[in-house]
Design a protein around this ligand. Structure first.
Ligand SMILES: O=C(O)C[C@H](O)C(=O)O
Length: 466
C-alpha cells in the first residue's frame, strides 16, 4: 500500500490490520499480500472460481440441513456465485508462492465472499464461522484444484485435442496416396505414405485423450470432508458427500468424495499422474511439430515434402523468408509443460504426514499446462495442420531414389547381393531397377514383371495387401 492510500482497520486473531478502504478482502488477505510479494502473479482464476463454487454449495447444503441461517446462506451463495463467475478476480491479490496449504487464498475467498454477502444482506457475515465452516483449507483448497483441473480438462483440453486429432486424420485421408521415403535414424528407409505418417500423429493425439479420460476419475475424487487432517473433525456426517453431489450435478462433472481421506490430503498423486499425462502429450506434440517443420523445411535446401501455410513474414532482415512459427510455438508450449511437470512432481513429493504443502505451486503449473496445451492444440490444427499441402512429385522422387527400396529383393537375390545393388546404385547414380538388370538377375532370379511389381514404391507401403 502507498502511504497516501485510504485504509480501514480490520481484525483477525492476531490483531489489527490496515487494508485498502475499498478492498473486499479483510485482515488475513492483507497479511498475506504483505508477506508474499514474490512473483507478482496471483492464483489461477479457475482455482478462485472452484473455491467459490465449493463455498456456495456448502452454504446451500448447510442451510438445507438447518446448520446455517437461510437468509445468510442465500447471501453467501449469491456472493460465491459472483466470485465464481470472475467478477471479483481483482480482489484476489495474493501471490502463488504463499503458504503451502493455500490457507491464504482460502481465507481470501472466505473474506471476499463474507464481505460481499454482508454488503448485500446488511447482516454481519464471518469468514471462518459462516463461509469456511466446517471445512479447512486442507480439504477445500486441494478439492478446488481437482475441480478446476477436471473442469479445464473436460471443457477445454479434450475438445482441443479431439479437434487436432481430426485435423491430422483429415490429412491422413488426403495424403493416403502420397508416397515418400520413410526415414529411420534420419536416414532413407523403405517407403511410407504421407497419410500413414499423419495417421500416426492422429493416433498419438487420440491416445493422449484416452490417457486423460482414464485419469479423470481419480482427479475427480475430492478430499473435501477430511477437514484438518483427514479425520473429518468438525464436519457433520454426510455433509461433504452432499456438497460434492451438488457440485457434480451443477457443473456436470464426474466428482466424487475420496474413498480414503488420508491419502487424499497427505498425497497429491493423482495430480502428479495428470501432470504426467500432460507431459506425455507434450512429448508427443513435440515429435509431431518437429516432423512437420522438418518436412516443410526449405524452400531450396530442405526436405520440402510439404508446404505449411504462410502465416507471417519470418525475418526482420531476410526478405521473403517465412518460418514454421506455429510449430515453434507448439514446441515452446511443450517445453513449458515438461518444466511445469517437473515442478508438479517435486511439489507432489512434498507430502509430509497429513498434508501436502506445495498446493499452490502444483495448481499453478498444472492449470497453466492444461490451458497452454488447449490453446496451442486448436491453433496448431486451424492455422497449420489443416492448411498443409504436399509436393507429391518430390515425395515420390524421394521414395524412388531411396536405396532402401532394394529391401523386397532380399527374397530374390539375398541380403548381401541386395546390399551390393544398393551401394552400386548410389555410387553410379543409377536406379535399383537398372542395377538389378545390369547384374544379370533378370530373368534368372526374378522376372521383369515381378521386378516392376516389387519395386513399385506405393505397393511397398502396403505389403500386407500384396
Ligand atoms: O488452513 C487450515 O484450515 C489448516 C492449515 O493449513 C493447517 O493445517 O495449519
Amino acid at each position: 500500500m502507498t502511504g497516501s492510500e485510504k485504509t480501514r482497520v480490520e481484525h483477525d486473531s492476531m490483531g489489527e490490520v490496515r487494508v485498502p478502504a475499498e478492498a473486499k478482502w479483510r485482515a488475513q488477505t492483507q497479511r498475506a499480500v504483505e508477506n508474499f510479494p514474490i512473483s507478482g502473479r496471483p492464483i489461477d482464476p479457475a482455482l478462485i472460481a472452484a473455491l467459490a463454487l465449493i463455498k456456495g454449495a456448502s452454504a446451500r447444503e448447510r442451510a438445507e440441513r438447518g446448520d446455517l441461517d437461510q437468509a445468510k446462506a442465500e447471501a453467501i451463495s449469491a456472493a460465491a456465485a459472483s466470485v465464481a463467475d470472475g467478477s471479483w478476480n481483482g480482489e484476489f491479490p495474493i501471490d502463488v508462492f504463499q503458504t503451502g496449504s493455500g490457507t491464504s487464498s482460502n481465507m481470501n475467498a472466505n473474506e471476499v465472499i463474507a464481505t460481499l454477502a454482508q454488503d448485500a444482506s446488511g447482516e454481519p457475515v464471518h469468514p471462518n464461522d459462516d463461509v469456511n465452516d466446517p471445512f479447512s483449507s486442507n480439504d477445500q483448497f486441494p478439492a478446488a484444484i481437482h475441480i478446476a483441473a477436471v473442469q479445464s480438462v473436460t471443457r477445454d483440453l479434450i475438445p482441443a485435442l479431439t479437434h487436432l486429432a481430426k485435423a491430422l486424420s483429415d490429412k491422413q485421408v488426403g495424403f493416403s496416396e502420397v508416397v515418400k521415403s520413410g526415414r529411420t535414424h534420419l536416414m532413407d528407409a523403405t517407403p511410407v505414405t504421407l497419410g500413414q505418417e499423419f495417421g500416426g500423429y492422429a493416433a498419438q493425439v487420440r491416445f493422449g485423450v484416452d490417457r486423460l479420460e482414464s485419469v479423470l476419475p481419480r482427479v475427480g475424487s475430492l478430499p473435501l470432508g477430511g477437514t484438518a487432517v483427514g479425520t473429518g473433525i468438525n464436519a457433520p456426517a454426510g455433509l461433504a458427500a452432499a456438497v460434492i453431489a451438488r457440485l457434480a450435478d451443477e457443473l456436470g462433472l464426474p466428482l466424487t468424495e475420496a474413498t480414503n481421506h488420508f491419502e487424499a490430503q497427505g498425497a497429491r498423486d493423482s495430480l502428479v499422474e495428470l501432470s504426467g499425462v500432460l507431459r506425455t502429450l507434450a512429448v508427443g506434440l513435440t515429435k509431431i511439430a518437429n516432423d512437420i517443420r522438418w518436412m516443410g523445411s526449405g524452400p531450396r535446401t530442405g526436405l520440402t515434402e510439404i508446404f505449411l501455410p504462410d502465416l507471417q513474414p519470418g525475418s526482420s532482415i531476410m526478405p521473403g523468408k517465412v518460418n514454421p512459427v506455429l510449430a515453434e510455438a507448439v514446441c515452446q508450449v511443450c517445453a513449458q509443460v515438461v518444466g511445469n511437470d517437473a515442478a508438479v512432481a517435486w511439489g507432489g513429493a512434498a507430502g509430509n504426514f497429513e498434508l501436502n504443502v506445495m498446493l499452490p505451486v502444483i495448481a499453478r503449473n498444472l492449470l497453466e499446462s492444461i490451458a497452454l496445451l488447449s490453446k496451442v492444440s486448436v491453433l496448431f490444427a486451424d492455422r497449420c495442420v489443416s492448411g498443409i499441402t504436399a509436393d507429391v512429385d518430390r515425395c515420390r522422387e524421394f521414395a524412388e531414389s531411396s536405396p532402401s527400396i532394394v529391401t523386397p529383393l532380399n527374397h530374390y537375390v539375398g541380403y548381401d547381393e541386395a546390399a551390393a545393388i544398393a551401394k552400386q546404385s548410389l555410387k553410379e547414380r543409377k536406379t535399383i531397377r537398372e542395377v538389378v538388370i545390369q547384374r544379370g538377375h533378370v530373368p534368372d532370379r526374378i522376372s521383369e514383371a515381378d521386378l516392376d511389381r516389387v519395386l513399385d514404391v506405393l505397393s511397398m507401403t502396403r505389403p500386407a495387401s500384396d
